[in-house]
Design a binder for this molecule. Sequence first.
Ligand code: FER
Length: 288
Amino acid sequence: MNSRIYTPFVILAMTFTPEPIFSQANEENFPSPPQGFDSRREDIERGKLETFVYDSTTVGIKRKASVYTPPGYSTSQKYPVLYLLHGIGGDENEWPRGGNPDLIMDNLFADKKAVPMVVVMPNGRAAKDIKSNDPIPKQSPAFAAFEKDLLTDLIPAIEKAYSVKTNRESRALAGLSMGGGQSLNFGLNNLDTFAWVGGFSSAPNTKPTPELIRDPEETTRKLRLLYVACGDKDSLFRISQNVHKMLDEKKIPHIYRVIPKGQHDFKVWKSDLFHFAQLLFREPQKMK
Ligand code: FER
């Protein structure tokens, strides 16, 4: 049978068939960012990067986050917020030091490619005495404990100090490696707090399937975006592959992006931020 000959019925059926809910990103719809996307441009307005200090009742100390406010930030407007998390050796300075998030966002806003937003880069190691170079097993509990610090201390402090929107649809959570695992773990388990979730090269702290997706129907209904990405040359690639497979099995809409020749580095994570940020806080639309 020649499948290219469509009867009117088939055409009608195709019209009403929903778009595929799974999206496999490729170099066509998620290309490598253009030259200069992460470089300073002299002719544009710039946002501001500052250090924010908050009282952590979870840890019992004052803790720090880096906060980027967009160009023209004004208290006469309210902005959505992206919480952007670091990896095992990092802290609140890892993204600013290695990822040029301020320049990437400045350039996206100048080109009108992203909705103006505040970007909060916390210290995701919620402990008094754990250092960024301690062995992974020693650090892991502190990364897990950050869920409480984020929800009960940092988010309320940010929402008090900055002119930001406070509904779930105006909060995104994403991160790299350990921070990717945290984003999937915390985001998917707190759908009343976050509607936009991204895991960039997520680490083995990513929870097993049944703990990530407790109620597929609720996850599907509440999530506005789930972005799972990893380089195919990353030693942690298997983690994202498994998350994608599990999401497919449970029919959870998501974007799965495999970065060709991508490793475990900021080249990949900057490109993730570039694409993820453009998808955030848009009016309801079909996934790309
Ligand atoms: C592991 C390997 C890597 C792991 C975590 C990492 C929790 C994290 C890497 C990173 O954050 O860059 O086995 O276990």
